[in-house]
Design a binder for this molecule. Structure first.
Ligand SMILES: O=C(CO)COP(=O)(O)O
Length: 121
């Protein structure tokens, strides 16, 4: 199953910590991780395998939204920074909307992501 991960700058360290903490469960369930560009680089540096899309502001969120619509991405962890403003807000909203249109599980914080991971097998 394909999991897309995205984290705004203030949340990237939290995303890496979260994935490291849950790596066994992800491996057991053959979860393949894709990510927006910079988030993916952080995760790679932590030693995890990840397929990188474009950076968020350059279209990465939009690419992941398309994968959700095409049925290729099955779950999304998007750790958003609720205090930040983003030039690509329309792309962010499109991704959130596609998750709702296609009923794809979406976690926007680690607490919800934990619940989703606990629900895998
Ligand atoms: O902007 C983002 C999500 O909206 C994240 O993109 P990056 O992972 O490339 O920083």
């Amino acid at each position: 199953m394909e999991l897309a991960i995205i984290a705004h700058d203030g949340k990237k360290a939290e995303m890496v910590n979260f994935l490291m903490k849950n790596i066994e469960k992800l491996r057991e369930n053959n979860v393949e991780i894709i990510a927006t560009g910079t988030t993916g680089s952080f995760v790679e540096q932590a030693g995890l395998k990840v397929t990188k899309m474009l950076s968020g502001p350059k279209g990465g969120d939009a690419q992941i939204a398309a994968r959700v619509a095409e049925g290729k991405t099955h779950m999304v962890f998007f750790f958003r920074d609720p205090m930040g403003k983003h030039v690509h807000e329309p792309d962010i909203n499109m991704l959130l909307r596609m998750c709702d249109v296609w009923n794809v599980p979406l976690a926007t914080n680690p607490a919800t992501a934990s619940l989703l991971i606990d629900h895998l097998k």
